[in-house]
Each structure stands twice: as C-alpha cells, then as structure tokens.
Design a protein around this ligand. Structure first.
Ligand SMILES: Nc1nc2c(ncn2[C@@H]2O[C@H](COP(=O)(O)OP(=O)(O)OP(=O)(O)O)[C@@H](O)[C@H]2O)c(=O)[nH]1
Ligand SMILES: [Mg+2]
Length: 490
C-alpha cells in the first residue's frame, strides 16, 4: 500500500484522500493562490485520491492480460461453474393416537349409535425433494460468456412436511412429496459438460431444449408417526427390568423412524463447460481471405467484415437457405466462419488451437483462399498443414476450395495457374500423408471461383456445399467424446 509517500520536498502539504481516511501529500505550488483557476484547483484537490484508493478503483485486469471486456474471444467457449442442489425437506412427525371427537352425522335420536365418533389425524406429510440443478440447451444463447459473470448456482432446499418445523414451505399438508422448481442454467447448443478436476464427461447438449441433470436434489424425508408414548414407557421399563435381572439381550429402542423423517443431502460439484459449435461446414482460411464476407453472401448472417486481419474473433454461425421451403425435410446446412488461422495455429499461435477445436463437429470444410494474394497455393497449403498437424482426421473430411476475390484483375488473370498450383499442393500433401501412418489427406472435391463482393459463383458454391454434406459417411461425424453416460440425460 502506498498510503505514506516519502516527503522528498520540504514544502509538501498533506490533504485528506477523497476515498479513504489517509492523507495524500501534494506540492502547494501546484495550485494557484487566487482567482477562478484557484477555485478549480481547490475543487480538484478535494477530489484527490491516494494512489492505493485509485488502484482499487481502477478497472480489473484479467489474468490473461488486458481488459476483461476485451477477453471475450478467449472466454466464450470455456467456463467453470459450481452447482449445488437443494437438501430434501424434513418429513412431518405425527404423534400416534392423536385425533379429535367429531359429530357423527349418521346419529339418529333414539338409535343405538354414539353422538360423536373419534377421528384420527391424517397421514403425516412428507418433506419436499430438494431442487435439482439442470443445464438446458438454449438456442438463444451463443456463448458461455454469461457463465463467467455468475459462477455459483445454489438450488433451494425442499420444504419441510410440517410447517411448524421452521420451514417456509407449504402450509397445507402434502401426502405426496411436492416438487421444488429446479435451477435451470441455459447453455448454448454443443456444450460439453465435464466434472471439474477429474475431467469425467457428464454429458453434452446438442438439441434445442435438451436438459442435463447435473446435481440431483436430496430426497424429501418421509412423514412418520412416532410410537405411542405408552409403548415407549413399556419398552423402557422392560429394558430396565431385564438389565436388573442381568439379561444378556436387552432390546434397544428402535429410532429408525426418526431417521426416515430426515431429508437427504443435496450434491455439490464443480463443472467444466466446453463449447464446440454445432455446424455442418467449417469455413477456414488465412486472415482477410474473405471468410466472413462469404458467410454473409451465402447465409443471412451479418458478421463483421473489415479490411484488416483478425476482424473475426469468435466463430459466426449462419444457416444456408434459412426460411426457404425444401422438398425433403432435411435440415438446412449450418456454416461456421472461424477466425483467421495463421502459420503455427496448430501450436497455439494466434489462439489457433482454441479455434481449430470448433471444427470437431463439422462434417466438411470450406477453404477460403484469397485469389488476389501473393501465393494462393501457399495459403491453401499452410492451412491444410495446420489442420493436419492439429487433427489429421480433419484433412480426411471432404473439402471445397473457394477461390475468393475473383472480381479483382490480379486474381482473374491468373485463374488457371492458381487452380493448377492448388491441385499440385493438394497432391503433394496426399503423397506426404500416404507415407505416414493413417489415411492420406483428401484432395479438394472442387475448386470454385467466387466473389463474395460481386456475388459471382456464390450459387454454385452453395450447391456444391449442399452436395458435399450429402455424401459424408456417418463414421466421420463421430466425436471422440462419445462415451457419455446416458442415465443422466433427461
Ligand atoms: N474485392 C473483393 N474484396 C473482398 C471480397 N471478399 C471480401 N473482400 C474484402 O476483404 C476484406 C476482408 O474480408 P473479411 O470477410 O473480413 O475477411 P475474413 O477472412 O473474415 O477476415 P478475418 O475475420 O480477419 O479472418 C474486406 O475488406 C472485404 O471487403 C471479394 O470477393 N472481392
Ligand atoms: Mg472474418
């Protein structure tokens, strides 16, 4: 703490800090003695804060560096939260033999029936189950950023069966266990849920509205009737007399009924949530290749487009032909525009590994190459190599090459040469891959000339993307985390 500042100058005066009771030292000659400037200076002096208070007021810096607000692209796809389900409420303990005398409506004057009959009390009420913690796949949520703002979710306890036992619960009796509303945590589609620490997979949420129970609420206690006091007295006396007689087996009072009335404890656990976007086709390429422009041209998505690299920092999703009527009931393909990848992305350069993992659920890949770049074939080779290094299986998926910016003169003139060089690069990759263990990388299904700006070739590209998804073998869509326990899914 920098509350005491060494007076290196003899003429330092001390003023009270505006934010804490400490004194702050200031040179008097900094403030003029009279006039309007002096008034302003005096005002400034009263708003003076010591360095420690100013530091406390300063915006929080994220451990990863920089302003937390600008870290969204580093935090959007991973979050750690803790959840706690509610304890079960206690069951009601009714005393046996309790009831009341009520009027007997069947009584007829002169008859032999009694005027009043004995009505025993009703069944004792059970405690309510504690509330569950549930994750639900919400289409309206795109990222896990909201889980960085709130990290702890505590579900309420179940109400006690007997309101007299200090519960805020039902004032009426419930024979059945009333349910307590669960705590619902919305997450985006494609969220993978793991146990924090161990990494044990708990499930994944893939479909809108899908729910995953992560912490089950404790079971409510049973409503029980205590043994009649006279029985307890008898058994106590019997035990006393047996003890006095020196008997070996003395019966102990059965108190299990008290345990039954106790509610079960809830669960508490830490969760790691990972988002892997759910899309059919992943759009990859170097920064500024025109990936976002192509997504905007092919879908109704409106990603940010700008002439500088790394405009896109978080994946953008777009649905091809959304709202259009289709002959078959097939769902329209979903495209994901990933942030630009650079050389070394597979090693983590430019957050490459973070973005590359979003290709895992895609069936096919669309490589966007800037046709007006210095060496388009090298651009294609570079991205393919990064995919191969990150996950060789990505390179075995069918892919298209979209040669973008073909409206530009430079690209248009060299069209045939670029096609030939990209094909050569693909062939070399295949030859290199065939030598190594595992399947060789796939050759491009087609190289299409497009211009996201003029709209040239966009329809052909859309048709090719649709065809591409049609012939994808089902086995290539398998996820390596497919061993999720199903009993937790609702
Ligand atoms: N002439 C021309 N310019 C294009 C075309 N497509 C995109 N551009 C321009 O290229 C620049 C980059 O476009 P983006 O769509 O932002 O590129 P990106 O690949 O998404 O870039 P990052 O998000 O940074 O990786 C923008 O200035 C676009 O206007 C095209 O077909 N023709
Ligand atoms: Mg972009």
């Amino acid at each position: 703490m920098d509350h005491t500042i060494q007076a290196q100058h003899k003429r330092l005066v001390s003023l009270l800090c505006d934010a804490c009771p400490w004194r702050v030292h200031q040179r008097p000659n900094q403030a003029p003695k009279s006039g309007s400037k002096a008034r302003t200076a005096r005002k400034a002096a009263t708003a003076l804060v010591c360095r420690a208070a100013a530091a406390a007021k300063a915006p929080k810096i994220h451990p990863a560096g920089g302003d937390a607000k600008n870290q969204d692209h580093k935090l959007f796809d991973e979050a750690f939260i803790s959840v706690r389900s509610g304890n079960g409420g206690r069951g009601e303990i009714a005393e046996s033999g309790k009831g009341k005398m009520v009027k007997n409506y069947k009584y007829k004057p002169g008859g032999n029936m009694s005027k009043q009959i004995w009505l025993p009390n009703g069944e004792p009420a059970c405690g309510a189950n504690g509330a569950d913690c549930v994750l639900v796949a919400d289409e309206g949520v795109d990222t896990l950023l909201h889980l960085h703002k709130r990290k702890q979710y505590v579900a309420p306890n179940g109400a006690n069966g007997n309101p007299a036992m200090g519960s805020a619960g039902p004032k009426t009796r419930h024979r059945d266990r009333p349910s307590t509303l669960p705590v619902v945590i919305p997450v985006p589609l494609g969220t993978v849920v793991k146990r924090k620490g161990t990494g044990r997979p708990l499930g994944e949420l893939m479909h809108p509205g899908q729910r995953l129970l992560v912490a089950r609420g404790g079971q409510g206690g049973l409503g029980v009737t205590s043994p009649a006091p006279i029985h307890r007295q008898h058994s106590a006396k019997r035990a006393e007399s047996l003890e006095a007689a020196g008997a070996e087996d003395i019966p102990v009072e059965d108190t299990n009924w008290k345990v039954d009335a106790q509610g079960g404890a809830g669960e508490e656990l830490g969760l790691q949530l990972l988002l892997r976007v759910v899309a059919d086709v992943g759009i990859v390429g170097l920064p500024n290749a025109g990936k976002s422009s192509l997504l905007a041209a092919m879908t109704r998505a409106a990603p940010q487009v700008a002439s500088y690299p790394f405009t896109t920092l978080m994946p953008n999703l777009g649905v091809m032909g959304a709202g259009e009527a289709t002959l078959d009931d097939a769902a329209p393909p979903v495209l994901v525009d990933l942030p630009g990848l650079i050389e070394g992305a597979s090693q983590g350069r430019g957050l490459g590994r973070m973005f590359l993992r979003h290709l895992r659920r895609t069936q096919a890949i669309l490589h966007v190459v800037d046709g007006a770049a210095e060496d388009p074939a090298w651009d294609y080779w570079c991205i393919r190599s990064e995919l191969q290094l990150y996950n060789p299986e990505y390179c075995q998926r069918p892919h298209l090459v979209a040669l973008n910016k073909m409206d530009l003169e430079d690209a248009h003139v060299l069209r045939d040469e670029i096609h030939a060089s990209i094909l050569t690069a693909a062939q070399r990759m295949q030859e290199a891959g065939a030598g190594e263990s595992g399947a060789a990388p796939a050759a491009p299904v087609a190289i299409l000339d497009v211009s996201a700006q003029s709209g040239e070739g966009i329809e052909q590209l859309a048709g090719a993307v649709r065809d591409l998804i049609g012939f994808v073998p089902a086995s290539s869509m398998l996820d390596d985390d497919s061993s999720f326990p199903s009993q937790l899914q609702w």
